[in-house]
Structure formats: structure tokens, C-alpha cells
Design a protein around this ligand. Structure first.
Ligand code: PLP
Length: 440
């Protein structure tokens, strides 16, 4: 605790700097810069690292400061099936650049959609068995844009407390009637729905959830959510960013648990950035909802469409992800996930949630958790292991964790080594921490 109080580099969070005061830019923003500098000086600023080679299972990453790249095992990139550097995807990108150039040059509401985008919309619609599809420039824009596009201030949103930022931001901007429910607590959701429906017979009620939560690696009871939505005449918005393409026999993630009719009752949001090797987001919905959103979802209308190159990459990625080879890759991914979780446990580290491409590994530093996590992160980079640290406020105080994002292309030996390096980095950080405590 002492170290946290006396060493700014090992204490504080981004949240401390949301409130700013003063009239000049410097008065307002220099306290934040001083804090970042203190962390950089100690080598514990773990944000905005820079890639010096493709985001493969082994890659070269540097701290934002100093820029001395370290070769290492990579769990810090989001590419669950390991498609980033696949020849077919690069060929597709090159071919479409020659055909269309490099820019969409317009909003999807005007003239930004290429024929490849139409192909992609149809492909995704067919794959999931929904009615229609819209493509957004990013998954964040899809989440924010769907909620603000569909929900009005006279409506209520019930949102899982651990939902992604794009969903919370969308909810906040759409209506003042936002009710958070405790993560995955179906009883609480049922109580809230019952109360709301009894009080407001005609009100629009939206339930906002994810299929796989990326901080804890767990999933909701989707069947129950769909049943509750039917009972209380609510509308479900489901974000499938993390499991779509990466999990399940058909690659549809948690959606596989639902019947075709149940799927069609949902508004499904997704991202291409985890499994489909490109920026971009999508929404699967009824034809009526699609027609409405196309002209009422600001992040779709007032922003350029994804580029022809991104579209071509995702089209090609879909063909691969939903093929027999995609199924093999998902099998390898699952084997890797289980091996990494086992290796972490064998090395005395705490892992949470269910097997998924995200393996959250805790530092368990008790009162000095953030400090221990930051020092561990520094050591991991130096020792050739890349994984993103998530600390407060993204997760509760004292629950800092490393998010290992597994790829189908990781090798068995790398998974074993990763756990050993993480354990050794944490041990060394514990010793360092004592030194910092001792000096205070
Ligand atoms: C659940 C969820 N939704 C949306 C997004 C945003 O996706 P994108 O990177 O495509 O903007 C993320 C990204 O991490 C996510 O985890």
C-alpha cells in the first residue's frame, strides 16, 4: 500500500484524470502527462506499444517510449485463427486494390459500398440465417450506432454491467433509462424486466448483452435471455465480437445454441477485428431494422464505408473461417486455449472463466495489485512475452489481469514457455515490489 501512495508510477489510474480544470491546455492536461512520464521513467507504461513485424504468434513489439523492439511470443494481438498474414487474404487485398484502388470514398448511405460489400452483407446474412446485414467501419461504431439508432429516450435499456465500452456509451447516449444488471445474473435481469413491464406496459425495452465477455472469459445464459425477452416483450441486442468465427462447430459461437427462429429475433452486432483479420463491424437484423438503421444510425451514415481492401479481406476470411479448414483451425485454437490454461495453473497462476480465445491470468497482488501487475508487465516484455495488462478502471481495483489472446497458430512449446515466463516475471516483480516498499 505504501508503494502505491509514494510512487505515482505504481499507483493511480486513467480515471484520476477524467476531471480536468484550468483555462489553458497545459493547466488542464499536464497532470496526466506528468503521471504518464513517471510511468515511462520506471518502464511501466504498458499502453500503445508498437509492432515492428506482423502480428503473428511470434512478433516484435516495443514500448511506446525508447522503441527498442523485443522479439517474443505474442498473445497481445487479436487474431484468433491466425489469419493476419495468410497468403489468400493478402492476394485478395492486392487483387481488389488493383480493381478498385484503396479507398471507399463515401459513406455507405451515399456511394461508399462496392459490389464486394454487397457480397459480404449477403454472405454474413446467409451464414447466420438472419434476414439482412449492414457493415460498419468498426465494431465499436456498430455497437454504438445500433443502440443510438434504435433506442429512444422513452425506452429502457437493461445492460450487463461488464458489457463493452461501445455498448455502454451507446446506451448512455440513447436514453436516460439505463439499468445495469449484475454480470450474468439472470434472476436480477428477470426481476428488472418484470418490474419495468408492470410499470410501463407500452415501453420499448432493450436487453444488451455479449456472447463472450472479454475481461472474464465467460458467457451469458442466452437461451434464458431470449425466453425472458419473449415473456416481457423486450428486444435483445447481442454483441458477438469475440466468439463469432472462433468458437463452435460451425464457427457461430454462442449463437449455435439458438434455433433459427430465436436467432432471427435478435439484433446481432459483431466485429471483424478478432477473427476476420480486418477492421470493420456488422449488424445482422431483420430487413425492416436494416432499412431503418441505414438512415438513422449516425456512425454508419456520417462516416466512410470500410475500404474495398478490408471488404475483400473479410470476404476471403469468411470463406476460410466457415470452411472445413476453419473448423480444423478452431479445433487447434481450442486445444491451445486448454493447454495455456493448464500451463498457467501448473505454474501457480490463477486463470478465470471458461475456455475461450481470451485467457485472463491474474497477478493477485492483494493491496499492491496494480503495482505488481505493472512491474510484471515490464518484466514480461523484457523476457519476450507479449500480453496486454488490463487494470482498473477496465476491471475492478485489485483484479488486474493479463489478457492472453490465443491463436490457432501458437505452438505447444510457446504455450508452455509463456506460462513459465509469466510466473517468473511475476516472481521478479514481487521481489522488486518489496524493494520499492522497503525504500519508502
Ligand atoms: C465486445 C466488443 N464489441 C466491440 C468491440 C469493438 O470492435 P472493433 O475493434 O471492431 O472496433 C470490441 C473490441 O474489443 C469488443 O470486445
Amino acid at each position: 500500500m505504501k508503494a502505491n501512495k509514494t510512487n505515482p508510477a505504481l499507483s493511480g489510474s486513467l480515471l484520476n484524470f477524467v476531471k480536468v480544470s484550468g483555462k489553458t491546455l497545459s493547466e488542464r492536461y499536464s497532470p496526466f502527462n506528468d503521471w504518464v512520464q513517471a510511468r515511462r521513467d520506471l518502464g511501466v507504461w504498458h499502453y500503445s506499444r508498437v509492432l515492428f513485424s506482423p502480428a503473428l504468434h511470434q512478433t516484435c513489439i516495443a514500448n511506446e517510449f525508447g522503441l527498442k523492439p523485443t522479439e517474443g511470443i505474442n498473445f497481445a494481438s487479436q487474431d484468433y485463427l491466425g489469419l493476419t498474414y495468410r497468403q489468400e487474404l493478402r492476394d485478395a487485398a492486392h487483387a481488389v486494390i488493383d480493381q478498385y484502388g484503396v479507398h471507399s470514398a463515401g459513406s455507405p448511405a451515399l456511394c461508399g459500398r462496392t459490389e464486394h460489400l454487397l457480397t459480404l452483407e449477403n454472405k454474413l446474412t446467409r451464414l447466420v440465417g438472419h434476414e439482412d446485414c449492414i457493415i460498419y467501419a468498426t465494431g465499436w461504431m456498430a455497437g454504438f450506432g445500433v443502440i443510438t439508432g434504435l433506442v429512444r429516450d422513452t425506452d429502457t435499456i437493461m445492460i450487463d454491467a461488464l458489457s463493452h465500452n461501445c455498448l455502454h456509451e451507446g446506451a448512455k447516449h440513447a436514453t436516460s433509462n439505463v439499468q445495469k444488471f449484475t454480470h450474468n445474473d439472470m434472476d436480477q435481469l428477470a426481476d428488472k424486466l418484470r418490474n419495468e413491464r408492470v410499470q410501463y406496459a407500452e415501453r420499448g425495452i432493450f436487453i444488451v448483452v455479449e456472447s463472450l465477455y472479454s475481461m472474464d472469459s465467460d458467457s451469458p445464459d442466452l437461451k434464458t435471455i431470449v425466453a425472458l425477452a419473449q415473456r416481457y416483450e423486450a428486444i435483445v441486442i447481442l454483441d458477438v465480437a469475440h466468439d463469432f468465427g472462433a468458437i463452435g462447430k460451425q464457427g457461430l459461437g454462442l449463437l449455435e445454441q439458438l434455433s433459427p427462429e430465436e436467432r432471427k429475433s435478435l439484433v446481432v452486432i459483431g466485429s471483424f477485428s478478432k477473427t476476420f483479420a480486418a477492421n470493420g463491424g456488422f449488424v445482422l437484423c431483420s430487413n425492416e431494422v436494416r432499412n431503418y438503421l441505414r438512415f438513422h444510425s449516425a456512425s454508419n451514415i456520417f462516416s466512410n464505408a470500410i475500404s474495398p481492401m478490408q471488404t475483400a479481406v473479410v470476404n476471403q476470411a469468411c470463406d476460410l473461417v466457415f470452411s472445413a479448414e476453419g473448423q480444423v483451425l478452431r479445433g487447434k485454437l481450442l486445444t491451445n486455449i486448454k493447454s495455456l490454461r493448464d500451463a498457467m495453473t501448473i505454474n501457480g497462476l490463477l486463470v478465470s472463466g471458461e475456455p475461450s480465445p481470451i485467457v485472463p491470468v491474474f497477478t493477485q497482488g492483494k493491496t499492491e495489485d496494480e503495482a505488481l501487475a505493472r512491474l510484471t508487465s515490464k518484466n514480461m516484455l523484457l523476457n519476450g512475452l507479449h500480453a496486454n495488462l488490463v487494470e482498473f478502471p477496465a476491471v475492478p481495483r485489485g483484479k488486474a489481469r493479463f489478457r492472453f489472446q490465443v491463436m490457432a497458430t501458437h505452438e505447444a512449446e510457446e504455450l508452455k514457455q509463456a506460462a513459465e515466463i509469466m510466473a517468473a516475471s511475476r516472481e521478479a516483480a514481487m521481489a522488486n515490489l518489496q524493494t520499492y516498499l522497503g525504500k519508502c
